[in-house]
Design a protein around this ligand. Structure first.
Ligand code: FAD
Length: 326
């Protein structure tokens, strides 16, 4: 039995811990935030909530499709049957596709909570240093507390945050690849009354906003207010990293006004969130296990940039580690 430290309690970290635990190993997961799920995020406010990170997921590989079947059986996720629309400067029209979309229920991160059962979690624990101790690893957090020793450490944070934790010279930088991760501003609003917007989900092609969705159209969401989530494009977000909530709200309202056939109702509440490392811009699979240092890498960016890629990264690394530590 090996003792693994996993940094990051997003889908990749928790799926990996779940599979290693099923394989008879012990795992501890360290997470800097208060909650599980990472970029699978739902914020709850006063009688309303909104998914301000990932919006939905699809499944294409047989392995992830089988896993999705288990999540559906558990009630952690549900299909989101939605016809996307398309908004350009001139047109707003339905843009139906064959895509089957799924969301976590009642929150985007429900499956992460389900998979985390029985796994020791160290929440609000930001790891900021790895220290070698013979052929083991010790972890240090930002308050100078240490944890360990561990036989191997798996980093599942977004690329820049994982790279920052690698002790100098442990893994050649060229093996990590040169992916960049782009930012995304998200804004969520709750309206006091229903809006006069027909579309539930809109791909926006105006360069500023890239996505608008009625969060209350997703299955299992509270219905006290009509809620919307809008994402700004990567380019606009990168150029406006310090955008004020007022500027964001002004842009969002302009888009929603274009979608609506009547004046917008009064806004009950809103919030914004900046994802500095939202999506990997390129999607080149990288080498995930470095046997000499006993450091592993997982997370969407090691395989691509979507929820399915995050799970696949964990599934691939779990298979490799279960062999290595059989
Ligand atoms: P994360 O969820 O980022 O988990 C990593 C965790 O590591 C985080 O919880 C973080 O807090 C933690 N961490 C970081 N550093 C440390 C440290 N030093 N110590 C301890 N913990 C640390 N994908 C789709 O498939 N469909 C979509 O519609 C979609 N839309 C998206 C929209 C937005 C705005 C964003 C941001 C992402 C979207 N994605 C989408 C991508 C999807 O969210 C990710 O692919 C997936 O959630 C990544 O999971 P992960 O476990 O690899 O990483």
């Amino acid at each position: 039995m090996a003792n693994f430290a996993i940094i990051g309690a997003g889908l990749a970290g928790i799926s990996l811990a779940h599979q290693l635990k099923l394989g008879g190993h012990s795992c501890a997961v360290f997470e800097k935030s208060r909650g599980l799920g990472g970029r699978l995020a739902t914020r709850r406010l006063d009688h309303w909530q909104a998914d301000h990170g990932a919006q939905y997921f699809t499944a294409s590989s047989p392995a992830f499709t089988a896993e999705l079947g288990r999540w559906l059986d558990k009630g952690w996720v549900k299909p989101w049957t939605v016809t996307p629309w398309r908004l350009t400067r001139e047109h707003l029209s339905p843009s139906p596709d064959q895509q089957q979309r799924f969301v976590g229920t009642p929150n985007m991160n429900a499956m992460v909570h389900g998979l985390a059962a029985g796994i020791p979690l160290y929440m609000k624990t930001r790891i900021d240093r790895l220290e070698a101790d013979g052929d083991q690893w010790r972890l240090w957090d930002e308050h100078g507390e240490h944890y360990g020793n561990f036989d191997a450490v798996i980093l599942t944070a977004p690329m820049a945050q994982s790279q920052a934790l690698l002790p100098a010279g442990v893994i050649d930088a060229t093996q990590i690849g040169s992916q960049t991760m782009t930012p995304t501003w998200a804004m969520a609003l709750a309206f006091n009354q229903p809006t006069a917007i027909e579309a539930d989900a809109v791909f926006v092609k105006d360069g500023i906003v890239s996505w608008a969705a009625r969060d209350t159209a997703k299955p299992g969401r509270p219905q006290d207010y009509e809620t919307w989530v809008l994402h700004f494009s990567a380019q606009w977000s990168a150029n406006h990293l310090d955008a004020s909530p007022e500027l964001l709200q002004q842009q969002v309202v302009e888009v929603l006004e274009r979608l609506s056939t009547a004046a917008l109702p009064e806004i009950h509440q809103s919030f914004s969130h900046r994802w500095l490392y939202a999506r990997a811009a390129t999607a080149e699979p990288i080498s995930q296990w470095h046997a000499a240092s006993r450091i592993g890498l997982a997370g969407d960016w090691t395989q691509g940039n979507r929820i399915e890629d995050a799970w696949i990264s964990a599934n691939k690394l779990a298979a490799l580690l279960l062999k290595e530590y059989a």
